[in-house]
Design a protein. Structure first.
Length: 719
């Protein structure tokens, strides 16, 4: 709702009251319409201030209303009525003014913002465009190039930038509403002719066609198949080329297409899923709201390789005191320099001082004796990690949480090396750890709820999206990656090329296809793991048994490349060719293609033509099938956890909502049918055998993704 009061005798104060973010729900919109009517009809009111309660102006349209039958007054006429008012209306912006919230403010005649406020037309991040006049008013106010930048990216701007751009008229460090009321008193009675943005001519760039062509190209490239950024450009183009009323019609037309699109549903699902993963639960029944985290002031990082350095930087940037330990002399000296450099670059970008004094370095593990939490980030080797955990268990003060940054190893086994296994959890960071947003917090059967709550809270403090998952080989992300990678190799054996597979995946929306990604991360990483698992047999043996390991189909292609020293970008050769070691541009490699042909001949494989659909179905459905197994095993609490891990950690295109959401969009029955088809065609690939949970969900009528958790619980109780 919205409340109308009169303050300072002649100022009508309209306060949006819809916690937690004053979203513009039907009731709130009705409240604003009524309050504006009261303010305009009250002869004692000479000017009006609109603000939001609890320190936040407005989080925009109520996203929960989308996809429902929307009732109540529409936003566009409501904002027009405010702009058309003959009494000055001032927006008092505290906290956030996002999406429809900023559009409401743009309908006001003046905007006063608190210095800590953030503003943005964020609709594009939800698969929409600013359809409450934002695409037409913002370019008229700040010019086409700046408006395009804000609208196509949805980026948040600070009050200072908003002032510089001309979005707000005044920035204050004091009470925003008091300042806005003073402002409103000062402009009462003044002409509003020059204050109605919709009446401004849109500044017309000299070569409109060339400008929009260039922007459209850039946006298409970075959108990776997302349609909303493109519609945003088209809407702003309408502002630059058409009168306001026609521009508004175009804005509405474009919005109508986006509003019901699968992409908008996917992006809005991601918005809520990102928040839902914070409300974690464990199979034991422990939950986020009943488990109290301990506050961590001082942390240690053991091992200053690539991961350890990133983790140390992220901890220091979050304001913690950090003890960084590296026992090897050469790595120690190099890491100190690198960590300082990383902090200095980060601070420069943020315009702050680098927190260099937050980190103390040591070559002696005894230096961690008094820390509250340790993150072990030594080489991915169980024997080495075991030793570190045994040491930590005797060195650290009572109650210190011991975390391992492993990407696949058994967290419970490491816990068993310590005196207090309940204090041990996994914190699986993604490289570069100070940049990547995802953190898998891995609990073992003995991890205490407090240890999980503490790691989750620490992740949040470090600016991560943290997801609590159970302990199994590869946890959630890497466990699902395995069948995906395997399928890609099998496709190569059967006749595909890296270019075909990567092309299909990139068209789907991945930033990099599986082979380019593997070249980037290094082929030797997986080789080492496969060697450890006893899967690698050197040499190019022939015959069908050469492609069976441990009773199931196996492709030695990756091993064979590694035997040739082709480790990817770092060696200048992998699945592609690079101009020199370390170069990033993947080029077609004739050697690789001859190698594949020779390999097929040697193994008696006749290459067949395959299309992008088969590539997508086999790679993605194998991955999704494993996702269902993860849900079945209780390793992830719900589909949202898996989807957020994939969107934030594995560059799954956000506008496709994550693998489990995507499966629900494709239709579970179809996914099941195609898995059955591929399993029949390839009975030696167990990953293709449809998971029981998938079968049972289909049998129970394929509930929508937000009902899976409930459905899984019900299915479990029936067992
Ligand atoms: C920065 C925030 C605002 C606050 O952040 P923080 O303090 O960290 O808190 P959160 O945890 O994020 O949020 C707290 C809870 O609030 C929920 N929340 C947040 N924002 C909204 C919202 N806008 N609506 C509903 N709920 C919201 C959030 O989910 C949390 O609850 P829970 O934990 O999930 O339970 C931050 O929250 C934030 O960034 N919010 C989003 C801001 C944003 O992007 N806003 C834009 C919204 S879209 C919009 O405004 C669009 C406007 C254009 C006009 C729309 C017109 C609609 C109808 C048109 C129909 C035309 C088509 C016709 C088709 C046809 O013809 O048929």
């Amino acid at each position: 709702m919205a409340q109308f009061t009169r303050v300072s005798r002649s100022v009508g104060l309209i306060t949006l009251q819809n916690p937690p973010v004053n979203a513009l729900s039907a009731v709130t919109r009705q409240g604003i319409v009524d309050a504006v009517k009261s303010a305009l009809g009250d002869p004692k009111v000479k000017s009006v201030v609109i603000c939001g309660q609890n320190g936040i102006f407005c989080g925009g349209a109520d996203i929960k209303e989308f996809g429902t039958n929307i009732t109540g007054p529409p936003l566009v006429p409501m904002i027009h009525a405010i702009e058309a008012s003959n009494k000055p209306v001032v927006a008092a912006i505290e906290g956030s003014a996002f999406g429809g919230g900023l559009e409401l403010a743009l309908g006001c005649h003046y905007r006063v913002a608190h210095s800590k406020a953030k503003l943005g037309l964020t609709e594009v991040t939800l698969g929409l465009l600013p359809a409450a006049g934002g695409t037409q008013r913002l370019p008229r106010l700040i010019g086409v190039p700046a408006a395009l930048n804000l609208i196509t990216t949805g980026r948040h701007v600070t009050a200072a930038e908003a002032l510089q751009l001309g979005i707000v008229d005044q920035v204050t460090d004091h009470n925003t509403v008091d300042e806005a009321v003073k402002f409103a008193l000062s402009v009462a009675g003044k002409s509003l002719d020059a204050r109605r943005i919709s009446t401004y001519p849109c500044p017309r760039p000299s070569d409109v066609d060339a400008l929009f062509e260039e922007v459209m190209q850039k946006v298409r490239q970075s959108a990776r198949g997302a349609i909303a950024p493109i519609a945003c450009v088209q809407a702003v183009r309408a502002a630059a080329t058409l009168p306001y009323s026609q521009g508004m019609e175009r804005e509405q037309e474009l919005m109508a297409t986006l509003f019901t699109s699968g992409q908008a549903r996917a992006l809005q699902y991601c918005f809520f899923a990102q928040r839902a993963v914070g409300r974690w639960s464990m199979p034991s029944g422990a939950r986020w709201d009943t488990s109290k985290p301990r506050s961590i002031r001082k942390a240690a990082v053991i091992g200053l390789g690539t991961m350890g350095r990133g983790i140390a930087v992220a901890l220091a940037q979050a304001g913690l005191s950090v003890v960084a330990v590296e026992t090897q002399e050469k790595q120690f000296t190099e890491a100190k320099k690198m960590v300082s450099g990383m902090m200095e670059r980060g601070a420069k970008r943020r315009g702050t001082a680098p927190p260099l004094d937050k980190i103390t370095y040591s070559q002696n593990i005894q230096a961690v004796a008094d820390v509250d939490l340790v993150i072990e980030a030594v080489f991915e080797d169980m024997a080495l990690k075991e030793k570190v955990f045994q040491q930590l268990s005797t060195i650290c003060k009572q109650g210190t949480f011991l975390c391992t940054n492993t990407s696949a190893l058994d967290v419970d086994h490491l816990a068993s090396q310590t005196r207090n296994p309940e204090l041990v959890v996994g914190m699986h960071f993604f490289a570069p750890a100070h940049v990547m947003k995802l953190l898998e917090v891995v609990y073992g059967p003995r991890s205490s709820p407090q240890a999980v709550a503490t790691a989750m809270q620490l992740g949040k403090k470090m600016g991560k999206v943290s997801v609590a998952v159970g302990n199994c080989r590869g946890f959630v992300g890497n466990r699902m990656l395995k069948p995906y990678l395997e399928q890609a190799l099998f496709l190569l054996e059967e006749g595909a090329t890296p270019e075909l597979v990567d092309g299909a995946l990139e068209e789907f929306g991945f930033a990099l296809g599986v082979f380019k990604m593997s070249d980037l991360s290094g082929l030797d990483v997986g080789w080492k793991i496969r060697k450890g698992d006893g899967l690698v047999e050197p040499g190019l043996a022939s015959g069908p048994s050469a492609r069976i390991r441990q009773g199931r189909r196996y492709s030695p292609l990756g091993d064979l490349l590694c035997e040739q020293g082709r480790f990817g970008q770092k060696t200048g050769q992998g699945w592609y060719r690079y101009d020199k070691p370390g170069s990033r541009v993947a080029r077609y490699d004739p050697w690789l293609h001859s190698f594949l042909e020779e390999y097929r001949t040697q193994h008696g494989i006749v290459a067949r033509r395959m299309d992008q659909q088969e590539v997508l179905e086999r790679c993605l459905y194998a991955l999704i099938n494993e996702g269902f197994r993860i849900l079945e095993d209780g390793i992830a609490a719900g589909p949202e956890d898996i989807d957020i891990i994939y969107v934030f950690g594995y560059s799954w295109p956000r506008h496709r909502g994550g693998p489990m959401f995507y499966a629900s969009m494709v239709g579970l029955a179809k996914v099941l049918k195609r898995l059955e088809h591929y399993h029949q065609a390839h009975p030696d690939i167990p990953y293709m055998q449809p998971c029981n949970l998938l079968r049972r969900l289909v049998a129970s009528g394929s509930p929508p993704v937000h009902k899976w958790k409930e459905a899984i619980k019900k299915l479990r109780s029936q067992l």
